[in-house]
Unconditional design. Structure first.
Length: 393
C-alpha cells in the first residue's frame, strides 16, 4: 500500500514548460546541504530552468545564488531544529506551520512554480503546501540521524509521504530513512553529492623543513562535529614533542555558543596556547585546505561528509571518523585513514603515522583525489538531479 496522500485536483492551469522550480531551504548558510543546494541550482540553470529559492533569513549563500541568475526570496517559514525533536517541540512546530503553510501556498501561486523542492527534511511545510495545490514535489534528504529515538525519526519521515520523489545523498541516508519508512522505497532515488573541485592544479602538500605539521578541521563548531577531539589530539601530539598546529574553520551552530566558549578556553591553556587558530566561517575553503598538511573530520555522524571529499579533491590526506557517510567516501588505507569517534589517542596516532610516512601521506592524497573526481563530480550530480526534476515537470 502506498504511503502517499491522495493528490488534490490542481488549483491552477498546468504549469508551462518554463515554470520555475521553487526550492525551500532552511537557511542561506554555506555548509554541506547548502552547498548541495548550490549544485542543484547550477544544474537546473544549465538546463535553462528558472529557479526561485526561498529561505527564512539572509546569509552568504544568497549572493552565490543570485550570481547564477536565481531569484532569492526571504519568507519566515518554520524550520525544524533539534530542539523541536520532543513531543512539545513538535507541537510548537505544528503551530508555526499553520502560518508557514499559508505563506508557502501564496508564494507557490505567485511564482507559478512547476515543481517544489524541499532541501532537507527540516522544511516539510513546502511538501504540504505543494501537495495541497496539486504541484509536484521533491525532498532532498541529507540527514541520517540513526541515534535519534525511533519515534522522532518516524515523525521526521512522515511528511515525506507527501513528496512525489525523495532524493537521498548516500546509502546510509537511504537505509536510515527506510528503516522507519519502508513504504518510501519505491520513490527514493540515491544521488551521491557532487563536490566542486578547487580551481587550478593541485598537488600533495610539501613538508617544509622545520615548519609545524598543520591540521585543518572544516565545519560547524558543535558537539556533534566534535572538533574538541582534534584539539585534544593536538595536545597529545605536542606532548610527544611533535610540532603540530590546528586550524578550525567554522562558526558555532545554533545553541552551541557554550561549547564554542569551552573549546576556546581549552585552546588558551599553556600546552596549546598559540597553536589553535579559530578561522571562523571560511569560503572558499580551498586556501585553508592548501595550507594544511592533512584534513581531519571528527564528526560523530555524517550522512555523506562533503568536507572529506573536499579534502580529497584538494589532494590532502584525510583522516576521518569511521561513521556512516565517511565509510562511503573513505577507503581506509587507500583514500584516507579512518579512526573511531571520540578517540583523541587514535586520531593522534593516525596523524603521527602520516608525519612519519611521507610516502603513505602522498599516496592517500593522490588516490583520494582520483576517487573524488571519479565518484563525486558535479557534472554527474547535476545531470542526475536535472533528470529527476524533468520527470516531475
Amino acid at each position: 500500500m502506498s504511503l502517499a496522500a491522495p493528490r488534490p485536483e490542481p488549483t491552477a492551469e498546468p504549469a508551462p514548460a518554463t515554470a520555475p522550480v521553487l526550492i525551500g531551504a532552511p537557511s542561506c548558510d554555506v555548509y554541506g546541504s547548502d552547498l548541495q543546494l548550490l549544485q542543484t541550482v547550477a544544474g537546473l540553470r544549465e538546463r535553462g530552468l528558472p529557479v526561485v529559492v526561498v529561505a527564512p533569513e539572509d546569509g552568504p549563500l544568497r549572493g552565490r545564488l543570485e550570481a547564477l541568475g536565481v531569484s532569492v526570496r526571504l519568507l519566515p517559514t518554520p524550520v525544524l531544529r533539534r530542539g523541536d525533536a520532543t513531543p512539545a517541540g513538535l507541537l510548537r512546530l505544528g503551530g508555526r506551520s499553520v502560518t508557514g503553510l499559508r505563506l508557502a501556498r501564496r508564494l507557490i501561486r505567485e511564482t507559478g512554480a512547476g515543481v517544489v523542492c524541499a532541501n532537507t527534511v527540516t522544511v516539510p511545510g513546502w511538501l504540504a503546501a505543494a501537495r495541497s495545490m496539486g504541484v509536484p514535489s521533491l525532498c532532498h534528504v541529507h540527514e541520517a540521524e540513526a541515534q535519534d529515538a525511533r519515534w522522532v525519526r518516524r515523525a521526521l519521515a512522515a511528511p515525506l509521504r507527501l513528496a512525489d520523489t525523495v532524493v537521498v545523498n548516500s546509502r546510509t541516508t537511504r537505509e536510515t530513512l527506510l528503516e522507519v519508512a519502508p513504504a518510501l522505497a519505491g520513490r527514493t532515488r540515491l544521488i551521491h553529492n557532487g563536490v566542486e573541485p578547487p580551481p587550478g592544479p593541485v598537488a600533495p602538500p610539501v613538508r617544509r623543513p622545520g615548519a609545524p605539521y598543520r591540521l585543518v578541521v572544516v565545519g560547524r563548531i558543535s558537539a556533534r562535529k566534535a572538533p574538541h577531539v582534534a584539539v585534544a589530539a593536538t595536545a597529545l601530539l605536542r606532548a610527544q614533542g611533535r610540532e603540530v598546529e590546528l586550524e578550525l574553520c567554522g562558526t558555532p551552530g545554533p545553541g552551541q555558543e557554550e561549547y564554542d566558549a569551552r573549546l576556546r578556553a581549552r585552546a588558551e591553556r599553556p600546552d596549546l596556547r598559540g597553536t589553535i587558530r579559530f578561522a571562523g566561517y571560511t569560503a572558499p575553503v580551498w586556501p585553508a585546505l592548501e595550507r594544511a598538511d592533512a584534513v581531519v573530520a571528527t564528526s560523530l555522524g555524517e550522512s555523506f561528509g562533503n568536507v572529506v571529499v573536499e579534502g580529497q579533491l584538494a589532494c590532502r590526506p584525510v583522516i576521518a571518523t569511521a561513521v556512516q557517510g565517511h565509510l562511503e567516501t573513505v577507503r581506509d588505507g587507500h583514500t584516507g585513514l579512518l579512526v573511531p569517534t571520540l578517540d583523541p589517542a587514535a586520531l593522534a596516532g593516525a596523524v603521527a603515522r602520516l608525519m612519519d610516512d611521507g610516502e603513505l601521506a602522498e599516496r592517500l592524497a593522490r588516490t583520494g583525489r582520483e576517487r573524488g573526481l571519479a565518484d563525486f563530480g558535479v557534472d554527474r550530480y547535476r545531470q542526475r538531479v536535472g533528470e529527476v526534476i524533468d520527470e516531475l515537470r
